[in-house]
Each structure stands twice: as C-alpha cells, then as structure tokens.
Design a protein around this ligand. Structure first.
Ligand code: COA
Length: 247
C-alpha cells in the first residue's frame, strides 16, 4: 500500500461488476468487421453438400463440445490435440466476449452436424489475423475450402488489405504454401499465436492469383444455398464422429 502524496477526499471507491465488464471487453463489437459471409455449398467426393456459413454465438456450445473431445493426448497426431485446445480457448473467448472482433465460420452437414470450423479476427480495417482451421472429416479438402472462406470474408466482404496467418502443423503449412503465403521479418514481427512467424498475403495477390486459382480448382464453393438447405443446418449439432485418420 502506498500513501498518496496529497490528501484524498475519500478512503475507497467501489465498482459494480457491470462497470468492470465494460473494461474487460474493450471496445464494443465493430459492425464493419461483422458483415456476414454469404453461405455457400461445397460438395464432398460423395456429392454430399456441406454448407459453409457464419456461426452465431449461440452455436458456440456445439463447437466447444466437439473440440473438447479432441483435447486429449490420444489425439497427438497431426497436431489435432494442440489445435483443438487453442481453438477451444478462442471460441470460448469469442462466446464470452473476451476477443476483439472475432469471426467464426462453420462447415455443416445437411443434418446440422458440424464438420469443420475456422476463425479469424480483425486487428483493424487493414489487417485480418487468421486464427485456426480444423476439420473433423479428412481428405475431402474441407480444410482448404474453409480456410479460403475466411480469407474471402476478410478481403471480399470486409475489405482488409492483408491476411496474417501462421501454421502449427505440416498440413496447416501446406494451406499457406498452396496459397502463396510468404513471411514477414521474424522475430521482429510475431504472430499472436505464440509469437510464431507471420505468413501473409495481400489483397492484390488474393484478387489476381489466389482466388482465381482456388475458383478454377472448385474450392470457392457454390452460391446461393437454397433456403430449406440452409435452415436444415440449424441448430448446429456437435460432430457425432471424429474422422481424422487418413485412410
Ligand atoms: C489442416 C487441415 C485443416 C487441412 O484439412 P484438409 O485440407 O481438408 O486436408 P487433410 O488434412 O484432410 O489432408 C488431406 C491431404 O492428405 C492426402 N491424403 C489423404 N489420404 C492420404 C493417404 N492415405 N496418404 C497420403 N496422403 C493422403 C489427401 O490427398 C490430401 O491432399 P490433397 O489435398 O493434395 O489431395 C486438417 O488437416 C486439420 O484439421 N488438421 C488438424 C488441425 C490443424 O493442423 N490445423 C491447421 C493449424 S495451422
């Protein structure tokens, strides 16, 4: 305890937790960064449609329930354990208003089951920060399509100029490698995920080459999503099966 150098009129102040909450949240959500990604369809190799759409906060418990199952050393393969743990904490922080300008996109089966999730957040109107990509069904390029969906949201819907990613796993690194990401100077500049290297692309690269390449490969999805199909994907259900072994 330190005595103030001049007399103070009162001995103590009291604050309500509601007053404190405003400080814990930082700024109120910025609507510029919450412009919705228009839902789209990606078809699995069987022709089954997966709806790629924004998640609402009320859907966070279904996402958390799925991720929680992977937070186990038995999933220490391809970095699923680590990525699930980190994504869990980010989705919880987003749900409980402890993340600045987060955005979450889900891949959902026709019966409402979660197949994959991606998240990112906005540093400011210039830079979007990629957080995580995780799929619960492998070898369908669902991770590729979901990853591209969050870049599309950042550049085409919100209008940032740079996309800053980092990668924790070889399969993740391949996403960046496939889509021309290069590094910022490191360690002078560090990604918020553990101070790792920042791999980035600019809006110009996205528009001139990455998006056209992804579209040619059929990874940008199809629009519009029929209303009945979209409605079937709500409410979101946790994944019933975790299919993460490559056959
Ligand atoms: C990273 C991730 C999202 C990528 O998802 P994805 O793009 O759908 O791809 P998969 O992980 O299913 O990998 C499939 C690749 O393995 C290949 N593959 C499938 N079966 C295979 C086999 N038996 N032998 C060799 N390769 C095989 C596929 O052909 C495919 O490659 P291709 O796209 O060139 O055809 C996903 O691996 C994931 O969720 N990983 C755990 C979390 C993670 O690491 N996230 C990234 C953090 S940076």
């Amino acid at each position: 305890m330190v005595k103030p150098p001049v007399p103070i009129s009162v001995d103590r102040f009291s604050f309500s937790v509601e007053e404190i909450e405003g400080h814990l949240r930082g700024a109120p959500p910025d609507e510029r960064f919450q412009k919705p990604l228009e839902p789209k369809i990606y078809r699995l190799s069987t022709g089954e449609p997966i709806v790629i759409r924004p998640a609402s906060r009320e859907e966070a418990p279904a996402i958390l329930e799925t991720l929680k199952r992977l937070i186990d050393p038995k999933y220490d393969k391809d970095f699923y354990h680590l990525v699930a743990a980190r994504t869990y904490s980010e989705i919880l922080a987003w749900y409980q208003s402890r993340q600045k300008d987060g955005y979450v996109i889900v891949g959902v089966r026709e019966d409402g089951e979660l197949m994959g999730v991606v998240n990112h957040r906005f540093w400011d109107e210039n830079v979007a920060v990629s957080l995580h990509t995780i799929v619960f069904r492998r070898a369908e390029r669902l991770g590729v399509v979901l990853y591209l969906s969050k870049i599309e949201h950042a550049f085409d819907v919100v209008g940032v100029n740079e996309w800053w990613a980092t990668f924790e796993s070889p399969f993740g690194f391949r996403l960046g490698f496939r889509f021309q990401h290069v590094t910022k100077p490191w360690p002078e500049m560090q990604h918020e995920l553990g101070g790792a290297r920042i791999y980035y692309i600019t809006r110009e690269q996205w528009e001139k080459s990455v998006k056209p390449y992804a579209a040619e490969k059929g990874w940008m999805g199809e629009r519009p999503v029929p209303r009945e199909l979209l409605e079937k994907t709500k409410p979101l259900k946790p994944a019933s099966k975790i299919e993460i072994e490559l056959r």
